[in-house]
Design a protein around this ligand. Structure first.
Ligand code: NAI
Length: 383
C-alpha cells in the first residue's frame, strides 16, 4: 500500500515511521526543504538505532520504502494520505483542496488535527465522504492509540477501511465523534483544570496535588509535573481551544495561573521553568503529605474526570469500550474512568459532584444526566 504523509514535523515523521515499518511505501511531502532533510535524517538514525538494538532486521530496506518530496504531485497514486501540517483551519482547507486534485478517486484523505473540526476540513473537498480524522498521539511510533474521527460527511466504508488500516499498522483505533477534543483531549481536561482550580483556591500547593495524584490516584505523573512536561504552550492552547469550541462551557474554563506561565515564556521542562524550576537537576518538590487532604484532592479530580467520561458516553462521543481504551492507551490512566465510576459506585461520585455544586454554585460542577440516572436506578455505567 502506498501512503502519503503531509508535513514532516514531529507528527508527520512519526507517522511516516509507523507506516514504513508496517511495510507501506511512504511518500513524505513538506513545503519546507529543510524540514524534509531533517525528517529524513531523523528516520535514518531511528531505523539504524532500532536495527542496532535488534528490533528491526533491515534498516536500509525500511528506509528504501520512504521517499521525500516538496511537490504535491508526488502523492498521485497513494491509497491513503495523512496530513500533519500546521494547526490552522484555512491552511489545512487549502491544502486539502489542492491535494484532492492530485490523488485518485479512491484515495482516503486523513487529517491528524487535534483541535479543528474534521467536518470543516472535509468541506474543502469535492468528495468530502473520503475525508476523516486519524488523530495520532505523540510520539506516534510509541503511542498505540489512534482516534478515528469520521466527519459528518465521511462514508461508513471509508471509516471502516481507515480503522482496519490502523489495526494493520499495529495501532489501537477508537472511533470518536467529530466534537472538540475528540475523546482524550476532552475527557482529560479536568485532570489539569480541576488541579489548577484546587491550587488557585489555595487548598493545596502544586507539589501536594502531584503527590496526592500519584500516591493515591495511581497516575504516573501529577498534573503539574505533566503540564510542565507537555509544555504550557501546548497544554494551555488545547484547553483554550476546547473551551472556545464548546461555546464557553465553564467546565473547560482555562486557568490564569497557566496562562501567565505561557505569557512569561515559562513553558515547563523545555524552557527550564514552569510550575517547577528545572535549573537544578532535581526540581524542588516538597509536598505536605497529609493523607486526608491527599484523598480529598484525588476524589475531587477523579469525580470530575469520571463525570466528563460519563457525559461523553451520554452524548455518544464514543462507545464505553472506546472511552476506556482511549484513556488507558492514550494518556496511560491506571484504569478506565467508567470502570473507576463503577468501582467507586456512581452514588458516591454523584455525592462528590453535588457537594461541589452546592459549595460553589457553578455550572462547572453539574453532574452528567447519565450519572444521575444511573445513581437513581442503582445501576452501573459499564454492563
Ligand atoms: P510541526 O510544526 O512539528 O510540523 C509541521 C510541518 O508541516 C512542518 O515541517 C512544516 O514545514 C509543514 N507545513 C506547514 N504548512 C505546510 C503546508 N501548507 N504544506 C506542506 N507542509 C506544511 O507540527 P506537529 O507537532 O508535527 O503537528 C502537526 C499536526 O499534528 C497539527 O495539526 C497538530 O495539531 C497535530 N498533532 C500534534 C500533536 C503533537 O503532540 N505535536 C499530537 C497530535 C496531533
Amino acid at each position: 500500500m502506498k501512503v502519503g504523509v503531509i508535513g514532516s514535523g514531529a507528527m508527520g515523521t512519526g507517522i511516516a515511521q509507523v507506516a514504513a515499518m508496517a511495510s507501506c511505501v511512504v511518500v513524505v511531502y513538506d513545503n519546507n526543504l529543510s524540514a524534509l532533510d531533517k525528517s529524513k535524517a531523523s528516520l535514518d538514525a531511528t531505523f539504524a538505532k532500532l536495527e542496532g538494538k535488534g528490533k528491526l532486521p533491515d534498516a536500509k530496506a525500511v528506509m528504501a520504502r520512504l521517499s521525500f518530496t516538496n511537490s504535491l504531485s508526488g502523492l498521485a497514486d497513494c491509497a491513503l494520505v495523512i496530513e500533519a501540517i500546521v494547526e490552522h483551519l484555512e491552511v489545512k482547507k487549502q491544502l486539502f483542496a489542492s491535494l484532492e486534485a492530485q490523488v485518485g478517486e479512491g484515495c482516503i484523505l486523513a487529517t491528524n488535527t487535534s483541535s479543528l473540526s474534521v467536518t470543516a476540513i472535509a468541506a474543502a473537498c469535492v468528495k468530502p465522504e473520503r475525508v476523516l480524522g486519524l488523530h495520532f498521539f505523540n510520539p506516534p511510533p510509541l503511542m498505540a492509540l489512534v482516534e478515528v474521527v469520521p466527519a459528518i460527511q465521511t462514508s461508513p466504508e471509508v471509516a471502516k477501511l481507515a480503522n482496519q488500516i490502523m489495526m494493520d499498522w499495529g495501532k489501537t483505533p477508537v472511533i470518536a465523534k467529530d466534537t472538540p477534543g475528540f475523546i482524550v483531549n476532552r475527557v482529560a481536561r479536568p485532570f489539569y483544570g480541576e488541579a489548577l482550580r484546587i491550587y488557585e483556591e489555595g487548598i493545596a500547593d502544586i507539589a501536594t496535588i502531584d503527590w496526592a495524584m500519584t500516591t493515591f490516584g495511581g497516575y504516573r505523573m501529577g498534573p503539574f509535573t505533566l503540564m510542565d512536561y507537555i509544555g504550557h504552550d501546548v497544554n494551555y492552547v488545547v484547553t483554550e481551544t476546547v473551551f472556545t469550541s464548546f461555546f464557553f462551557d465553564p467546565r473547560y474554563k482555562p486557568s490564569f495561573s497557566q496562562k501567565r506561565l505561557l505569557e512569561a515564556g515559562w513553558l515547563g521542562r523545555k524552557s527550564g521553568k514552569g510550575f517547577y524550576d528545572y535549573s537544578s537537576p532535581e526540581p524542588q518538590k516538597t509536598a505536605i503529605e497529609d493523607a486526608a487532604l491527599g484523598l480529598e484532592i484525588v476524589d475531587r479530580i477523579n469525580a470530575m474526570l469520571i463525570n466528563e467520561a460519563v457525559d461523553a458516553l451520554y452524548l455518544k462521543v464514543a462507545t464505553a469500550a472506546d472511552l476506556e481504551l482511549a484513556m488507558t492507551k492514550g494518556v496511560n490512566y491506571p484504569q478506565g474512568l467508567l470502570a473507576l465510576a463503577d468501582s467507586w459506585g456512581v452514588a458516591r461520585v454523584l455525592t462528590v459532584l453535588d457537594e461541589l455544586y452546592r459549595k460553589y454554585g457553578e455550572d462547572r460542577y453539574r453532574a452528567s444526566a447519565l450519572l444521575r440516572r444511573a445513581a437513581s436506578e442503582g445501576a452501573t455505567i459499564l454492563n
